[in-house]
Ligand binder design. Sequence first.
Ligand SMILES: [Zn+2]
Length: 389
Amino acid sequence: MLKLKARWIFPVGSTPIQDGVVCVDDDRIVEIRRGRAGQGVRDLGNVAILPGWVNAHTHLELSGINAPLGYPGIPLVEWIRLVVDRRRAESHDAAWAVRRGLDECEIAGAAAVGDIVQPSPDLHETPIAVTGFLELIGPTEARTAEALQTAAAYAGAGQGRGGRRFGLSPHAPYSVRPGLVEGACRLSREYHVPVAFHLAESREEIQLLRDSSGPFRRLLERLDAWDPASQPACRRPLDFLRMLAEADRALVIHGNYLDEEEIAFLAERRERMSVVYCPRTHAWFQHDPYHLEPMLAAGVNVALGTDSRASSPDLNLLEEMRHVARCHPNVPPEKIIEMGTLSGAKALGIEQEFGTLEPGKSARLAIVDLPDCRIDDPYELLLGNRSAD
Ligand SMILES: [Zn+2]
């Protein structure tokens, strides 16, 4: 049995333990206790031990990108064009990028990730529990039918395969017809796989839904993918939330512009519906301030994601938590850590296995070096000084 001693242990869901010991056997947690450095105890020194992070949203195939694309405040439509160009570039090697991304997540302390994947993804060996959400694009009737066929084959193949989990991701309101969301939710129920959908990400998307105008309409027309018949069915994010409520489990990615009614809708269904906030990506696009406090007050399950390296400087979820601590000083630090661990596990439906340090759960731990200083508050040591900037 491995016994690891740390300056602080954060079990999540209970108070941090100073000078604690985590006992691990065969990749499972056996015990967490206050401890003495003694026989068989490996003292890791000035570190914190936590359950491994759950990065609920990323696109690992873009992990070959070294810095976010564009410039701070770039309009989403302009940024999408840069991503498309990057994907089409000869130098783009998705398999290599996924490998690089997984390695980066592993080093950063992730235990699980929700990754958006392309058909026939490269199934790399990794200790990280990957939920691979198949990306589905279908702005026209013909492409919708095709995407649903691929989705059914993918979700069906995922049945009974250990290790890797499967999910479906109709992309976003501007790139799918509502029928594709409905179809994916049907498959989600049939095969018990989660659905992830980018929703209420930008003002331009809200404008497209509301009155079929703006930069997204121009983009779709340019791509010959504008279909007026598809629009009236969904006039606001709530119309999509109603569809997603029919899925076995749904993750609303971003939700930057959800209104009060939509937040209440998600709160009521928090057992099966979650929001994934991607803090540094939100900052890169300079969106309106995120409604984190109202969401948490209403009871929404808010998980965290790094999103891809095309909009985030790295894939380190702890840095997302530190960013939240700086930008939302009224959110209790224990809640921030819960968002990066247990809430993510709940969003992906893997909370029996991940998200807290408890006997029987996975021993994929996050081990974080703490600063050499006399601060007694473990949260300040971990997340940094909240009044720093
Ligand atoms: Zn995304």
